[in-house]
Design a protein around this ligand. Structure first.
Ligand code: ASP
Length: 353
């Protein structure tokens, strides 16, 4: 992948307080109108003019821009690899990272990055905007300024946020717990199963009890993905051919069943036996609830008891976004057997237990 690199010292003539790298991948955030009225990617060398408030942050900012910024609906594991490599290669020189990304798949990318960077001890803050930075009512300015402040925040010389997060509309969320829930208003993200990590108001209030602790391990980079994953979303009246088609997809290694409520599914004999024969063939079946809050508890109701008995793995309170990316990275790095044993256990704060 090709990049452009720009250095901006927002502190001059004073000395910069911290160093933050912005990785610009695309999305609505960076759009601006050219003279003929066409939306084109924003030129980051003009950021100080667009955002004079940057000066008050006293930061040395390096911007790495994808040469071809993408709408986040086109994001793929190749892009996750590119973002993670940039972070890994610049890790020692920077105090924190801000990833500018389209909102549509931001929760997938933030989840993927959280699994790709074990040992992370510095902030990686994803943000974006619902309106382009060039528009007067845009949320881009606040989202970027506060993300930069969070990415450079320290307590007793240590980064406050040694984890991958999403900052949006005055809220900081754990990346692998977040979901896009709104496409028109500014409050685009929620993390139904995990507390907000910080709220930005007159000051930024950090919820220190909910923020991960940095470990002793050095940063590692995991970047092998296996996308042989499918999702089977259940609905009342779902047909046997439909279920069979997903479970029999050529090459599939893991299927997420998106179930009702606390992990419930039809108890029809044909449905349970379809799952049973997939499991027999070695396919991993993971139970993730369609509810944005609460968790899977297989066996709580009759309609989920059979799932536990045939070897469906409980996804606990994991989001679909975290489940998909966790499966892809575990399958890619370690293969099916390891993934089967590890998928139901917390790896990096993405699930309760
Ligand atoms: N379609 C855009 C994207 O995800 C929307 C946005 O940036 O908010 O790239």
């Amino acid at each position: 992948m090709k990049y452009t690199r720009i250095s901006i010292n927002t502190a001059t003539p004073a000395e910069a307080r911290s160093r933050v790298m912005i990785i610009y991948t695309g999305g609505t955030f960076g759009m601006t109108y050219d003279e003929s009225g066409v939306l084109i990617p924003f030129d980051f060398s003009l950021i100080k003019e667009q955002l004079p408030a940057l000066r008050n942050l006293f930061l040395e900012i390096t911007v790495i821009s994808f040469a071809q910024p993408v709408d986040s609906s086109n994001i793929s594991p190749e892009h996750w690899k590119a973002i993670a490599e940039i972070i890994f290669e610049n890790y020692q020189d920077q105090d924190g990272f801000v990833v500018l990304h389209g909102t549509d798949t931001m929760a997938f990318s933030a989840s993927a990055l959280s699994f790709m960077l074990p040992g992370l001890g510095k902030p990686v803050i994803f943000t974006g905007a619902q309106l382009p930075i060039s528009q007067s009512r845009s949320d881009a300015r606040e989202n970027l300024i506060t993300s930069l402040e969070i990415a450079s925040a320290k307590i007793s010389g240590k980064p406050v946020l040694p984890e991958v997060c999403i900052y949006f509309d005055y809220q900081l969320l754990r990346g692998n717990r977040a979901k896009k829930v709104e496409s028109m208003h500014f409050d685009a993200f929620e993390s139904g199963n995990y507390p907000v990590l910080a709220k930005a108001g007159v000051k930024i209030d950090y919820n220190l009890a909910a923020i991960a602790q940095a470990g002793e391990e050095p940063l590692k980079l995991l970047s092998k993905f296996d996308s042989s994953v499918a999702i089977l979303k259940l609905f009342p009246g779902i047909s046997k051919p439909m279920v069979e088609a997903v479970l029999n997809t050529t090459g599939v290694k893991a299927v997420i069943i998106e179930t009702f409520g606390s992990g419930n599914a039809p108890s029809a004999e044909w449905f349970v036996s379809c799952l049973k024969s997939a499991i027999k063939k070695g396919i991993i079946i993971l139970n993730v609830s369609q509810c944005p809050g609460g968790m899977v508890e297989q066996g709580r109701y009759e309609t989920s008891k059979a799932l536990a008995e045939i070897g469906v793995i409980s996804g606990s309170d994991i989001t679909l976004e975290a489940a998909v990316t966790k499966l892809m990275i575990l399958l890619g790095e370690y293969g099916v057997d390891y993934t089967r044993a590890a998928i139901g256990k917390p790896l990096t704060g993405e699930m309760a237990y």
